[in-house]
Design a protein around this ligand. Structure first.
Ligand SMILES: C[S@@+](CC[C@H](N)C(=O)[O-])C[C@H]1O[C@@H](n2cnc3c(N)ncnc32)[C@H](O)[C@@H]1O
Length: 282
């Protein structure tokens, strides 16, 4: 069990949580404008988390940062014939309320990854979908390790725009400093992996990864703007930064599409998946 002091919230974690609470309060808009997950990728992911193994008795899955349940729904669809119980969690009230309305049969607990309200060794798998960057810290890893049973698996998945494409790279160049201000890194910046090496003893096996799945989200220019405007880093920004983002977006639309006589019909995404197994305690 993690000691109380080690997991007590610090000034900076309190600040980050305030940022998260504001950034994810518009839960209905999040549900409307964000992408879903491609089922083939989710199937590959849960297979590697050993949830498609017909011979195991009931498996318990905890999803951290479940939000409105976009990943949860994809996972439930893929696991519909399996003996799996899913428990969701999120620290933002509006997200938990929206989740309950959309998935009334799934329990959702209101907690941060750094303090999970579940007993030791009570789940077989922990999943963080599009969320580990918010809690890539030693406290959350200790908690994930604590709630996992022996041999438990931890999986992280992200669906992120292909920021290497020139028009998306310009959007990322705008967003990147805002992420850095909060010390939040996305998986294409491999720094997030360092957290797995900060503990004095190894909590998890080395990470496995798969980056081969893609997704195209059908999108008009306005849908695309709404998608990025829903990022918590834009929601938390000043009015002048929001205006600059709108101007940048309109400039990108002219430069990469209208001036070339083409339109936008989708946003391309790359799926990032990582998984590991709990190392024995002590
Ligand atoms: C980008 S959303 C992802 C939601 C959902 N998993 C999905 O795939 O659409 C990130 C979620 O992480 C949650 N989150 C942020 N900080 C967290 C923390 N410290 N512990 C647990 N969840 C956190 C937010 O409240 C938000 O719902």
């Amino acid at each position: 069990m993690s000691s109380k002091d080690e997991n007590e919230p610090t000034e900076s974690s309190r600040k980050l949580l305030k940022f998260v609470e504001k950034g994810f309060a518009p839960a209905s808009n999040y549900e409307k404008v964000r992408q879903d997950y491609p089922l083939e990728a989710v199937k590959f992911f849960v297979e590697n988390l050993r949830l498609l193994d017909d011979n195991t008795p009931e498996s318990k899955v905890l999803e951290l940062g479940a939000g409105t349940g976009k990943f949860t729904r994809a996972m439930l669809e893929v696991l519909k014939d399996q003996n799996v119980r899913v428990i969701a969690s999120d620290p933002v009230d509006q997200m938990c309320e929206k989740f309950k309305r959309l998935e009334p049969d799934i329990d959702i607990i209101n907690c941060v990854a750094e303090k999970i309200s579940l007993p030791d060794e009570s789940v077989d798998v922990v999943i963080a979908a599009q969320s580990f960057h918010w809690f890539a810290n030693p406290s959350s890893l200790r908690e994930i390790h604590r709630v996992l049973s022996t041999d438990g698996r931890f999986g992280m998945i992200w669906a992120l725009p292909e920021f290497s494409l020139p028009w998306l790279a310009e959007i990322w160049a705008f967003l990147d400093p805002l992420y850095k201000q909060q010390s939040v890194v996305l998986p294409f910046n491999e720094m997030w992996k360092n957290v797995f090496d900060t503990s004095p003893r190894k909590l998890f096996t080395n990470l496995n990864e798969n980056l081969s799945y893609r997704l195209d989200l059908p999108s008009s220019f306005e849908d695309c703007y709404e998608f990025f405007a829903s990022f918590s880093f834009i929601i938390n920004s000043s009015e002048s930064i929001k205006e600059s983002f709108r101007e940048l977006f309109d400039e990108i639309k002219r430069k990469y599409f209208i001036n070339k006589g083409t339109g936008l019909d989708h946003i391309p995404f790359k799926i990032y998946m990582y998984w590991c197994t709990k190392e024995a305690s002590g």
